[in-house]
Design a protein around this ligand. Structure first.
Ligand code: ADP
Ligand code: MG
Length: 612
């Protein structure tokens, strides 16, 4: 854990460098997010929010002056007592009304602007989520699910926070300081304004310095947090493996170690926060003391009324409040920048598999329907591996079946992924109906090719919804037809809740064979040009498998089938059988030809028939 952390924070990197680098980018992105947030009456809301913000700050500075005048009126002896009472009351009421306005303005602004902030947050979250889903399977095989969902979550929240606090709190605080300094200098003299400005300046310098120092604590806290939750989710998702190996203790010990790191980071962050708050308090108190003494001396020498002493101190105190926000906002904004940076990093990861700018649709299916699948000297290696698929060529016509057989790890699933364009080959090309898959619009490709994987994972939803996932607009009768074709009919009818039965997380309330049949029903419902079965009947008993073979033989009409199978009997009637070993086609042909060749296939066949 600490090792990976150190890798993320190279030595010599000031904590300043990254967030400041992001600042302009983040501001641009924020602006863009707001503009495309589709919030109702966007322009009007933005204008009203800005006006309310400025009005709130102006009235906030004016209010203490009115109160000061009211107090001064008490000490003027020229008036009759009744008159005095009235003028004081009028001023006091004016003060309280203005004070109320300055307090109400930010609340009104939040009401007006809330919808915009929420819409921008929603947009950011949805975009990051969609982008993450579009990233390559390589990314998804490497990621930690819990950590990823938190990155999106925190990043989207950061957008909302930056909008509310940076745009409508931090910027206006600077405005308030200018107003306050102007009013103090004009109403009293420059030393009052100087006291306010210098106090704020020193306060700001210390706040920024200490907060910068704290950034690394917060980042460490975040990383420890992600690590701990990532570990927990990982163990919870793999509970079956954890249980099977009696590793509950080991898994929870790993979780506890992660929590320990989190605890240490959290403590460090809290201590430095307390230090920051104390330093801020000390500076503000010092500023107030200077202001009070200054005003007191002026009043003693008769140049100021007692009301003016009150007013000058009140102005400084009312500056104090937003300054409290300034410190908090600065810290949180830096934090939000880090969160947003993480989310932006995610959305800026290049998509390996995306539509080409000149992507085309597939040619319309002809009479025999489409689905001519061809591999043309295709080679592929995973990452930096030396071994991989090399120089694979074959072609299947619509209505035909091609079968991949060979030992585990030979590269059969990799071939399937190439046919689905979940990965792109490094050399050669995969074509469907004559079009290079890299040129086909992904939407069209996904509709044309369906996969039933060996390990069908289901959504934590109903059986019906899982089958209909292939085609959400499918009617109930179509879902039933697909279920029947996949030999699921009797099973579903026996369930008290039928198609509405919940399947549990990842479908684990169903047996492996039932899951495979749901996967098959789903693929049949999609009605694709190319149907790919990757050891899709491996978990079925031989009677169910035979029944499904019947279905598949019927489903074969007019579409191309790609079948990966362990049991050679299930692919004996394929039009083309490729025997794959270590990423190469070692034999190919029809069943009879391969038997006649008396090579690898023939010996495998003899072995399996003898076992049977
Ligand atoms: P199979 O014929 O059993 O379906 P696969 O196509 O799944 O074999 O795998 C072929 C080889 O590629 C195996 O050695 C496997 O370890 C490797 N492999 C599969 N997926 C990845 C991946 N994402 N990264 C690196 N290597 C992989
Ligand atoms: Mg496989």
């Amino acid at each position: 854990m600490s090792g990976s952390m150190r890798r993320n924070m190279p030595k010599g990197e000031t904590p300043d460098a990254r967030p400041r680098l992001v600042f302009s980018r983040a501001m641009m992105d924020l602006a863009r997010l707001v503009l495309r947030s589709h919030a109702p009456q966007l322009g009007l809301r933005l204008t009203v929010a800005l006006v309310l913000t400025v009005a709130g700050k102006l009235t906030g500075v004016m209010a203490p002056l009115l109160l000061g005048r009211a107090v001064n009126s008490l000490t003027r002896h020229a008036h009759a007592a009744v008159q005095l009472g009235w003028s004081f009351a009028a001023l006091a009421i004016g003060w309280s009304v203005i004070r109320f306005l300055s307090a109400a303005a930010p609340q009104l602004r939040d009401i007006v602007f809330g919808k915009v902030a929420i819409a921008a947050q929603r947009r950011a979250g949805a975009e990051a989520f969609e982008h993450a889903l579009r990233l390559s399977i390589d990314f998804h095989q490497t990621k930690r699910t819990g950590a990823l969902s938190r990155t999106v979550d925190r990043g989207a929240r950061a957008v909302d926070f930056l909008l509310r606090v940076l745009v409508f709190n931090l910027a206006p605080t600077a405005l308030e300081l200018i107003f306050a300094a102007g009013v103090l200098a004009k109403a009293y003299d420059w030393r009052f304004a100087a006291t306010a400005v210098v106090t704020v300046f020193i306060y700001g310098v210390f706040t920024f310095a200490i907060s910068d120092w704290r950034i690394s604590h917060r980042r460490r806290l975040n990383e420890a947090d992600s690590e701990a939750s990532g570990r927990a989710v990982d163990a919870l998702l793999n509970y079956e493996t954890v249980k099977a190996f009696g590793a509950e203790g080991r898994a929870s010990a790993g979780y506890e170690r992660a929590l320990e790191v989190y605890g240490a980071a959290s403590n460090e962050a809290n201590v430095s926060l307390a230090l920051l708050n104390m330093v801020q308090g000390a500076i503000m108190s010092l500023g107030l003391a200077v202001m009070a003494i200054l005003a007191g001396m002026e009043a003693a020498s008769g140049r100021m009324g007692p009301g003016d002493v009150t007013a000058s101190i009140l102005i400084l105190i009312s500056l104090y409040q937003p300054l409290n926000i300034l410190g908090f906002a600065y810290r949180e904004i830096r934090q939000s920048m880090i969160d947003m940076e993480a989310m932006l990093d995610l959305t800026q990861q290049k998509l390996d598999i995306a539509d080409a700018p000149d992507a085309v649709g597939l040619p319309p299916a002809d009479a025999g329907r489409g689905g001519r699948l061809a591999f043309d000297h295709v080679s592929f290696r995973h990452g930096a591996r030396v071994e991989g698929l090399s120089d694979i060529s074959f072609e299947v016509q619509p209505g035909q079946t091609v079968a991949f057989v060979g030992p585990s790890g030979a590269g059969k699933t990799t071939l399937v992924r190439l046919a689905l364009r979940l990965i792109d080959p490094q050399e050669g090309a995969v074509t469907l109906d004559g079009v290079d898959l890299r040129k086909v619009r992904l939407k069209d490709l996904r509709r044309a090719v369906s996969l039933v994987p060996q390990d069908v994972a289901l959504f934590n939803d109903s059986l019906g919804a899982n089958i209909a996932f292939a085609r959400p607009e499918a009617g109930e009768d179509e879902i039933w037809a697909a279920a029947e074709a996949a030999e699921l009919g009797p099973f579903i009818r026996a369930l008290p809740e039928g198609l509405a039965t919940k399947v549990g997380e990842r479908g684990l309330k169903l047996s492996g064979g039932e899951r495979q049949r749901v996967g098959l029903a789903r693929a049949l419902l999609a009605d694709p040009r190319v149907l790919i079965l990757d050891e899709a009947t491996s978990a079925l008993d031989s009677r169910t498998e035979a029944a499904i073979q019947q279905t598949l033989r019927r489903a074969r009409a007019g579409r191309t089938m790609v079948v990966v199978a362990h049991r050679l009997s299930t692919v004996a009637d394929a039009d083309l059988i490729l025997v794959i070993r270590s990423g190469r086609v070692v034999e190919q042909g029809r069943h009879d030809d391969l038997l006649a060749r008396d090579g690898e296939y023939a010996s495998l066949w003899r072995k399996q028939t003898r076992e049977a």
